[in-house]
Design a protein around this ligand. Structure first.
Ligand code: HEC
Length: 144
């Protein structure tokens, strides 16, 4: 009888560890699909950029430069990628206005996150519609 109980418990244990493993797999799967979601860029923008650069990308006063029709942004995609990852702390001129502020880094963003948020920015507000890929982001990460 003890043996029967023991093997029953063993089967139960196997069942539970297998089902928790598969739910972990499921979770991983949903996370990746969410990252590849085309709306990911918009979500990230609303969470991490909107407070400074504003919903329509026009920036704010003399402190936060615009992302809308930004000559600075459209001139150099690699530089924009580095700014999102590492932040920036030097005076810049955007659309003829000087900004002497600093921007925080986003080191917790994955390559795909940086790509998605910038693709969102580039595809809106009169920008040049550059599609930024995770591959492009990866190249900039290894540079610094
Ligand atoms: C806490 C405020 C803040 C947040 C949050 C922020 N930025 Fe910035 N950003 C700035 C400031 C300030 C500058 C200008 C820095 C300077 O003067 O050197 C800047 C500059 C930039 C530039 C280059 C200048 C331009 O206007 O083209 C880009 C591109 C940019 N930010 C994108 C982003 C993106 C994308 C996010 C979200 C992932 C983000 N920023 C989040 C404050 C912020």
């Amino acid at each position: 009888m003890k043996k029967v109980i023991a093997s029953f418990l063993f089967i139960l244990l196997c069942y539970f560890s297998f089902s928790s493993f598969s739910s972990y797999e499921n979770e991983k799967y949903t996370k990746t699909t969410e990252l590849q979601d085309v709306n990911n860029g918009k979500k990230l923008y609303e969470k991490s950029c909107i407070m400074c650069h504003k919903a329509s990308g026009e920036g704010y006063g003399t402190s936060f430069p615009p992302l809308a029709k930004s000559d600075f942004l459209n001139a150099d995609t690699d530089r924009a990628i580095r700014i999102v990852i590492y932040g920036i702390q030097e005076p810049i001129v955007v659309n003829g206005k000087k900004y002497e502020n600093f921007m925080i880094p986003h080191k917790d963003f994955s390559d795909q996150d940086v790509a998605d948020v910038l693709t969102y920015v580039y595809s809106n507000w009169g920008n040049n519609k550059t599609k930024v890929t995770a591959e492009m982001v990866k190249k900039q990460r290894t540079k610094k």
